[in-house]
Design a protein around this ligand. Sequence first.
Ligand SMILES: [Zn+2]
Length: 249
Amino acid sequence: MLIILLLPPGFRRFLFILGGLTLVSLLAGAFYPSGLIQSLISTSGPVVVVDPGHGGVDGGTGEQGGTLEKEINLAIALRVRDHLRTGGANVVMTRTTDTDLSPFVPGKSGRHRRDLAARIEKARKAGAVCLVSIHCDWSEDKKRRGAVAFYNPRNNTGKELACLIQEELNKVQAVPQKAAPGNFFILNQTGLTAALVEAGFLSHPEEARLLGTPAYQSRLARAIANGIRRYNRWYGNNRQPAVHEGLKR
Ligand SMILES: [Zn+2]
């Protein structure tokens, strides 16, 4: 204490301020978990909702005796999230564990529809720029393979999103595919830009094996994330200036 009193007044003031700042940061650390501080820092980018299809009681389509669709969807989606966050996007997941969004209620029908509605509600609440749902496909024709991005043909922004994701997917898959119009509940929501990616066919033995490997899941995830990033840039260039022009008039 005596040493502090002997120091010049300017330096004492400096030590006092430094001590105060340390105390404030220690208190902040004690009251707010680091995850919250992290999420407050990284909320500047566009909001993207990533939706791993199915989950919980709903396994999705299954590779016979192998991994369920819901597990592959989640593995790819978590990697998409990580890629996007690294690029500064603000990612909201509809689920991060093996759960569905509308628990089974005995005697009550429409569980699947309630589950999908809850996913859409999450995207709306988050004010998402876009939503990308991730699934795997199944066909009686065991030769069918390939990742395809689907869109609602009446939704121009959704089509742009799906086409950009498809271009990126074609860089990593064996047989290039075309983005396709699809009639999915999650794509038919007014005012919501959405694409649904069928990451491959679990009915195709070779593709099913690939879809189960972390390496291929990562390649697909990077492609999907790159497509979303390109869409966000396109949206920033084409949509926002139009709004600003409108405000000037
Ligand atoms: Zn599915």
